[in-house]
Design a protein around this ligand. Structure first.
Ligand SMILES: Cc1cc2nc3c(=O)[nH]c(=O)nc-3n(C[C@H](O)[C@H](O)[C@H](O)COP(=O)(O)OP(=O)(O)OC[C@H]3O[C@@H](n4cnc5c(N)ncnc54)[C@H](O)[C@@H]3O)c2cc1C
Ligand SMILES: *[C@@H]1O[C@H](CO)[C@@H](O)[C@H](O)[C@H]1NC(C)=O
Ligand SMILES: *[C@@H]1O[C@H](CO)[C@@H](O)[C@H](O)[C@H]1NC(C)=O
Ligand SMILES: *[C@@H]1O[C@H](CO)[C@@H](O)[C@H](O)[C@H]1NC(C)=O
Ligand SMILES: *[C@@H]1O[C@H](CO)[C@@H](O)[C@H](O)[C@H]1NC(C)=O
Ligand SMILES: *[C@@H]1O[C@H](CO)[C@@H](O)[C@H](O)[C@H]1NC(C)=O
Ligand SMILES: *[C@@H]1O[C@H](CO)[C@@H](O)[C@H](O)[C@H]1NC(C)=O
Ligand SMILES: *[C@@H]1O[C@H](CO)[C@@H](O)[C@H](O)[C@H]1NC(C)=O
Ligand SMILES: *[C@@H]1O[C@H](CO)[C@@H](O)[C@H](O)[C@H]1NC(C)=O
Ligand SMILES: *[C@@H]1O[C@H](CO)[C@@H](O)[C@H](O)[C@H]1NC(C)=O
Length: 637
């Protein structure tokens, strides 16, 4: 069964303020609020300068939890879109009223190749980050299913009014508020115990504008709703013919949500910059409940912060305008493998590009060739491309390397000329890739928004830690060799060690991406984003074991940190326990970001782990794990 949500092309509202889509014209009015003070707007001018609310956000068991009557009234305001969902995994637990083994089998089978989990109001990709309180398993003996770190109520937003009412209600009632778009966040930023969730997933619309001007920018652009996923924008591009926008590689990631707000890398990043670099303006509901536009001419601090400063922090974005290019983009690409496995090994995906036959080599040759690839990665970035270089250990000293190189606008001969030096270097190292084969494929290909990794419990739902490898390593190969040695050791310890070569330098970011934004300065000077995964699921582990596994991996990555002190890591793909995360994600921008946060959200309404200003709060969990399964409280002291 395939459930796919069709794109709704709405005609833009012209001439009325900065509205991008019709759903933004439906706004909360004083008249609608009437005597319902629970949804009245906040007043920034009279807000206290320091937080004055209760120590913990109100939980369902607290006396101050809103009455059924208040919730019902909120439901009326939001047009009946208030949901009180239970976790879908309940179907797998015999002691739950929702128990149904047919449904459970569906969740573990057909649902994983459909849009089912994408369209679920609670589902978050990271099961351990939520608290693993209702795992979908065939055998649930000895386990329970509770609401846990999932929100209690969800507003399924279909207008700006719905978002405003939810924001005002949560702020006035001292509730925890979370924002969920696709639920793809790796550390469960879109989950939270006892929370009211604003679900932006169904705010869908995309429209190309042949001519758009914003400050010095004059050229094509696209209006994009918060709920747009990469595949929907790809479909729109494919339909329109000759147009290009910068998107994520993974097609179900929320390109109008967390992806763009936290930075956003993809296949065109070394050529056109990050998702955040494309933004020309954003429409956002701020913590006071007001609907504003942020761009270079108005609300400039918000415009700075929303471009890379992290989702779930400064407001709820409803739509944006991003840069576009009046041309079709094709991408040259190829895949190659080498392995220490003597016979049968599992060959990872070629990512859609033609692959040469795997080359079987001994262990020392394998690591020599690995180093040769790392050295070459800078060339990929400098040519505007994106490189994957992943080592997967398969047991018994068997390692498989898969390399995929993609270069926008590199047709056949140009691409061959580019990669020939790499295969020469690999041959010198002892890896003779025979008949490398490549293709030149359209960047925008129609799809249905289904991937085998975007559901709970899938391969992407694994513990990992990342680090950006700075350009300086390529100027001093002693350091690069030391990094390669750490990666080798990590693979020997059973971790999957992946590298993504991309580089959104200030030059490729262009204007206005290169005006001051919150994008991590370390990303302007990077060559590789290195991500090290524990391969086995951690959501099934007892707390003590989870802690031990995390510490073990952290200790390994600390060696990379020591070798790259000038660098940091990527907010959207990072450890929930990243040490000194403020500097790691934002470098010298952090101070300004914190000032903006305090100015626009004095109520500290928006909270998610590792976001700007989040350090004053903590989720108090019974097992002490860094999950969302506990009340959100002020830190002591
Ligand atoms: C399978 C997979 C593949 C990925 N591939 C890539 C990739 O190719 N490139 C890349 O850069 N990253 C990638 N990521 C990371 C991705 O950028 C983050 O997970 C990002 O948080 C996803 O945003 P979302 O809106 O889809 O998810 P959500 O979990 O719904 O949201 C994540 C965060 O953003 C906030 N947020 C969401 N919508 C809004 C909004 N409208 N207004 C304000 N805040 C909002 C939420 O509060 C939350 O804090 C991938 C993640 C997964 C799980
Ligand atoms: C907001 O607060 C300021 C300062 O107290 C006050 O002057 C103003 O009237 C308030 N605005 C609204 C809309 O209540
Ligand atoms: C909100 O109202 C709709 C329409 O009346 C109803 O179907 C839904 O169950 C209500 N939500 C809650 C949480 O009661
Ligand atoms: C279980 O779910 C299936 C599929 O939705 C449905 O046909 C069946 O009636 C359900 N069984 C019970 C006992 O509710
Ligand atoms: C189910 O899990 C329990 C607890 O881990 C275990 O004792 C039992 O053998 C398992 N049952 C099956 C059929 O695998
Ligand atoms: C949420 O709202 C959309 C329309 O905006 C609707 O298609 C969808 O079915 C709703 N989801 C749930 C779970 O109510
Ligand atoms: C796209 O561009 C090509 C080459 O310039 C042209 O032949 C084609 O007609 C264009 N297609 C559309 C849909 O504009
Ligand atoms: C490793 O090799 C041994 C002996 O040949 C075999 O029994 C075992 O299954 C292998 N393990 C893996 C993970 O392949
Ligand atoms: C290269 O890096 C090594 C290890 O960090 C350091 O000792 C050495 O001084 C560096 N060399 C240069 C020329 O910077
Ligand atoms: C920003 O990008 C524009 C357009 O590419 C370019 O002309 C300008 O020189 C860049 N400015 C900076 C400071 O990099």
């Amino acid at each position: 069964m395939r459930i796919s949500q069709p794109l709704i092309f709405l005609s833009p509202v012209l001439g009325v303020g900065a509205l991008n889509f019709q759903y933004e014209a439906t706004q909360l009015t004083e008249q609608e609020i009437g005597d319902f003070s629970a949804i009245s707007f906040g007043n920034l001018s009279s807000a206290p300068s320091a937080y004055q609310g209760p120590r913990c956000k109100i939980q369902p068991e607290d006396a101050d939890w809103p009455s059924e009557e208040l919730w019902a009234r909120l439901n009326t305001t939001v047009g009946g879109s208030l949901l009180k969902p239970y976790p879908v995994g309940a179907a797998c637990y015999p002691d739950r009223p929702e128990y149904n083994s047919t449904t459970c089998s569906y969740l573990l089978g057909p649902a994983t190749t459909s849009r089912f989990f994408m369209d679920d109001p609670l589902n978050a990709l990271t099961t351990w980050g939520e608290g693993a309180t209702c795992l979908q398993l065939h055998n649930t003996t000895g386990r329970t299913c509770t609401q846990g770190g999932f929100p209690v109520y969800v507003v399924n937003a279909s207008s700006v009014r719905d978002v405003q009412a939810a924001v005002n209600f949560a702020r006035n009632q001292n509730l925890r508020l979370v924002i969920k778009n696709t639920g793809h966040d790796f550390i469960a930023k879109s989950s939270g115990r006892g929370a009211l969730s604003v679900w932006t997933h169904f705010l869908k619309g995309i429209e190309f504008l042949p001519e758009y001007s914003m400050d010095e920018y004059k050229g094509p652009a696209a209006r994009m709703s918060a709920g747009i996923e990469a595949w929907e924008a790809q479909n729109a591009m494919a339909d329109q013919g000759n147009i290009t926008v910068v998107l994520s590689l993974e097609v179900t990631v929320g390109n109008g949500g967390g992806w763009v707000l936290g930075g956003g890398h993809g296949p065109l990043t070394s050529l056109r910059g990050l998702g955040a670099d494309q933004v020309l303006s954003l429409n956002v509901v701020t913590a006071d409940g007001r609907f504003v536009t942020a761009d270079l001419n108005q609300n400039r601090d918000l415009f700075f912060a929303l471009r890379g400063g992290g989702g779930g922090t400064f407001g709820i974005v409803t739509s944006m305008v991003v840069k576009a290019w009046p041309e079709r983009t094709n991408i040259g690409g190829l895949t190659f493998y080498f392995t220490t496995g003597p016979g049968q090994v599992t060959i990872p995906s070629s990512r859609g590009y033609p692959a040469a036959a795997p080359v079987h080599v001994d262990t020392e040759t394998f690591w020599k060739a690995y180093r040769a690839y790392l050295l070459f990665a800078k060339e990929i970035v400098d040519a505007g491309g994106f490189g994957f270089g992943d080592v997967t250990p398969q047991g018994n000293d068997t390692y498989v390397f898969v390399g995929t190189i993609t270069l926008p606008n590199y047709p056949s001969d140009k691409f061959r000329a580019f990669y020939t030096p790499l295969f020469n270097a690999l041959r010198e190292a002892g890896v003779n890739v025979r008949n490398p084969n490549h293709a030149f494929l359209p960047y925008a290909q129609r799809g249905i928004g289904v991937t085998p990794i975007s559901f709970p419990g899938a391969a992407a739902d694994r513990l990992f830690i990342s680090r950006l490898l700075p350009r300086g390593l390529w100027a001093n190969t002693t350091r690069l060799d030391a990094v390669a040695a750490v990666n080798r050791r990590n693979a020997e310890m059973g971790y999957r060690v992946t590298t993504r070569a991309y580089g959104p330098s200030g030059v490729v970011a262009g204007y206005p991406g290169n005006t001051t934004s919150a994008v991590n300065p370390a990303m302007r000077d990077m060559v590789i984003h290195c991500v090290t995964f524990k391969q086995e699921p951690v959501d099934v582990l007892p707390a003590e074991q989870f802690r031990a596994e995390h510490l073990r991996l952290r200790a390994r990555i600390n060696e990379l940190v020591a070798l790259t002190p000038e660098s940091g890591t990527y907010f959207n793909e990072a450890d929930v326990l990243e040490p000194d995360w403020q500097r790691s994600f934002w470098g010298h921008h952090y101070e300004r970001l914190l000032k903006v946060k305090r100015a626009v959200d004095p109520w500290q309404l928006f909270w998610a782990p590792n976001t700007v200003g989040s350090e004053e709060w903590e989720v108090v969990t019974a097992d002490g794990l860094p999950t969302q399964n506990g009340p959100l409280c002020r830190k002591a002291g």
